[in-house]
Write a protein that binds this ligand. Sequence first.
Ligand code: UT7
Length: 322
Amino acid sequence: MTHWATVIGTGAYLPEMIRTNHDLSEMVDTTDSWIFERTGIKSRHIAAADETAASMAEHASRQAIEMAAIDAQEIDLIIVATSTSERIYPSSACLLQQRLGIQKCVGFDIQAACSGAVYALSIADQYIKTGFAKTVLVVGSEICSRIVDWSDRSTCILFGDGAGAVLLSASDRPGILATHIHSDGGYEDLLYCPNPQVAAVAKQSEPGFIQMRGNEVFKVAVNTLGRIVDETLEASDLQQSDIDWLVPHQANMRIIAATAKKLGMDMDQVILTLEHQGNTSAASVLLAFNEGVRDGRIQRGQIVLIEAFGAGFTWGSVLLKY
Ligand code: UT7
């Protein structure tokens, strides 16, 4: 029997410390107006020294579990999307399972950079449809601040920390309608983050910080997200006007505006968290989705298009009925 993967809970966590554009202008040669005009960002949250991807994931997950009013023991699959796991292993999903005290469950991480949560939702959907899992916890949790070079003005202005969670349950009520995920490994040089500890010996001198050719990434992102919108609509028999909310990856306001325009959507149909969160990589779409649900904008029965683009390049979309 085929099941829908339906959203039963959402949650979020943002670290207490806030770093404003003004703070950054005291660290590197930049200004609040340059950052805001080019990106739409004014401030971002920065994790405390004792926080990890798993500890932030726990806060977000507990909120989602509370909203869903289920016992955590009902969760049979945990997928954590992250590129900033505390340990190479165990996975953040296993660390989260232990934090939530879940005895019987399967947990694994997925790494697809900023598209991680879209990939994780797509995987969760497949497992629910086949009957392998009934209740799936999907989390995006990132401590980008630890892989950012705080002396590089071209990248340090962009990123922030946080975690978002979604609980999905097998249901006969429509939920995830379609997912599309893609990757193209031909763009490594435009956006990457070395792992010096395990890099080929010759490359170990490269520091473990995000390296990005921002302007070139920008152009590919705008074109690719335009295509994913077309692909999603064509595959789902829906019109642009059927989509109630766009929940985009929060990397740059100009990229988001271009995607909304392609969909013929007003910016007030777009859930934006960028201004006060920056780019939280795999956490961003789940943080935005949670915000739209919790403040009452996203209503039951409405159609939501989630999309993301990131290093790899990776990209994809999730079309769902809330
Ligand atoms: O989430 C994964 C995907 N990532 C993205 O989607 C990021 C995509 N890229 C972007 O969002 C934009 O490219 C940035 C916001 C990163 C940069 O904006 P841009 O309009 O593409 O600027 P640019 O890189 O072309 O740089 C323009 C100028 C340069 O100076 P010159 O060469 O024109 O003299 C930079 O050196 O701006 C300079 N610049 C800065 N100036 C003040 C770069 N960073 C800064 C800064 N403050 N922080």
